[in-house]
Design a protein around this ligand. Structure first.
Ligand code: PNW
Length: 444
């Protein structure tokens, strides 16, 4: 087997997960309810009416899952901490039993020489904070900074990196803009205010963690896409420009330039966020790395009905267009516009329905998806973008938010009835790819 992609000698290969999607043990050992526990209690919110009570039972099976990663020869693992597991109410007492779980997980990873990349917030806000206003309340930003500082103090020298937020665009827009995600609010003005509070909480958390002088790199993870106009018409091009401003630049500009993008601010009009004096300075501080999650491009058509994306390379089981070239274009565009720190691709992967052949999960479409995106990534690296690692989403089939367990993103199949893990063909392919990259590295 030969591959066209070339990656730097010290490039990090890994997989990613998040707490709510895999841990289960929703109320064990003192964990408090999160907004996703609550959101799942209304069966109309989740496609298969499922919940995260058990999920992949990773809370009890973490050792097996770490062994799986070791068997796949991975360098590194990205996961998130469930805030209500370590602080049931989002303020007040720390839950030692909750911290003990992450302590055991980090020990298990260290034993296998797998570097840990920790995300503080992957969407599971303590419900008690939601009851006090959630991310719409400025107070939550201070609670988040306290949590970040405590985690940095305890684990900041045992993990390779700490990211404040995962995909604040999703928290704001899917959680508060269209109610697809917890806490299930559909109000655009709220979503925009929430996006500001998420950015502010990122900045406050950065300062709080810096005070602990930890060895971990500190940064944030953003979901990003290029926005392509369906045609060369003025209307389509304006729509694409606005989409890019509202999704990518809305989060990048405050962090890297200390201001919101003018185009998006104007479009928001009287829905623009309340920003206190000094907020932008807090947000605009150096980060050690930027995590980029890439799944698809945005396709913008002002026509009614809209012209659909051509999807020349097909769509995934989520209905998302497969467009690997967008990853190259995105990274080159970011590099041209911002003074970037080192980048990690913190998520990329594909949902695919099982294809069982002779008892094996023959997920050739996923292999193709990953191979093409790695090719696209290596092109961006060749063009000078400083990318240090790649995390495939996801290690395991898991709870895919409002799709429940109906969508499978794992390179490891999970039979939820028995919690049996089985490597899919993509896992073996990824192991061989990583091994080959490492052999090349050793020869170089
Ligand atoms: C990301 N969108 O979610 C999350 O970080 C993961 O937890 C999730 O499992 C994965 O991608 C796959 O969905 C997204 O609609 C959800 O643009 C929705 C969107 C983007 C990312």
């Amino acid at each position: 087997m030969t591959y066209t992609s070339h990656f730097p000698a010290d490039f990090q290969w890994g997989v990613a997960t998040s707490a709510f999607q895999i841990e289960g043990a929703a109320y064990e050992d003192g964990k408090g309810p999160s907004i996703w526990d609550r959101f799942c209690e209304n069966p109309n919110n989740i496609k298969d009416q499922s919940n995260g009570l058990i999920a992949c039972d990773h809370y009890h099976r973490y050792q097996e899952d770490v062994d799986l990663m070791a068997s796949l020869k991975l360098d590194t693992y990205r996961f998130s901490m469930a805030w209500p597991r370590v602080q049931a109410l989002g303020k007040g007492a720390w839950n030692e039993a909750g911290f003990d779980f992450y302590d055991r997980l980090l020990d298990a990873l260290a034993k296998k020489n797998i570097a840990a990349h920790l995300t503080l917030y992957h969407w599971d806000l303590p419900q008690a904070l939601q009851d006090a206003g959630g991310w719409l309340s400025r107070d939550t930003t201070y609670r988040f900074a306290d949590y970040a500082q405590e985690v940095a103090r305890r684990f900041g020298n045992r993990v390779a990196s700490i990211a404040t937020h995962n995909e604040p665009w999703c928290t704001a827009n899917l959680g508060h803009g269209n109610a697809q995600f917890a806490p299930g609010i559909a109000d655009e003005k709220s979503a925009i205010q929430v996006s500001h509070h998420l950015l502010l909480s990122h900045g406050l958390a950065m300062s709080a963690m810096r005070a602990e002088h930890v060895s971990a790199d500190l940064g944030i993870v953003l979901n990003q896409w290029t926005a392509d106009a369906a045609t060369a018409s003025d209307a389509d091009r304006a729509m694409a420009e606005l989409e890019y401003a509202r999704s990518v630049q809305w989060f990048m500009d405050p962090i890297f330039k200390g201001r919101y993008p003018e185009l998006a601010l104007r479009a928001h009009g009287d829905k623009a966020p309340i920003v206190h004096a000094g907020d932008m300075e807090v947000i605009h501080q150096a980060i050690d790395f930027l995590g980029v999650n890439y799944y698809f491009r945005a396709w913008c058509s002002a026509a009614n009905p809209p012209i659909p994306a051509p999807a020349l390379q097909g769509v995934t089981d989520m209905g998302w267009e497969i467009y690997p070239q967008g990853l190259t274009e995105l990274l080159i565009a970011l590099q041209a516009e911002y003074k970037l720190p080192p980048i990690y691709i913190t998520e990329n992967g594909m949902a695919a329905a099982d294809q069982i052949v002779d008892g094996k999960v023959a997920d050739t479409a996923r292999i193709e998806y990953v191979r093409k995106h790695l090719d696209a990534l290596s092109q961006a690296i060749d063009a000078g973008v400083d990318v240090r690692g790649y995390f495939l989403w996801s290690l395991l089939d898991n709870f895919e938010w409002n799709s429940g367990y109906s969508k499978r993103f794992g390179i490891v199949h999970v039979d939820y009835a028995t919690q049996t893990r089985q490597l899919k063909d993509s896992a073996i392919w990824y192991r061989d790819f990583v091994t080959q990259q490492r052999a090349r590295r050793a020869r170089a």
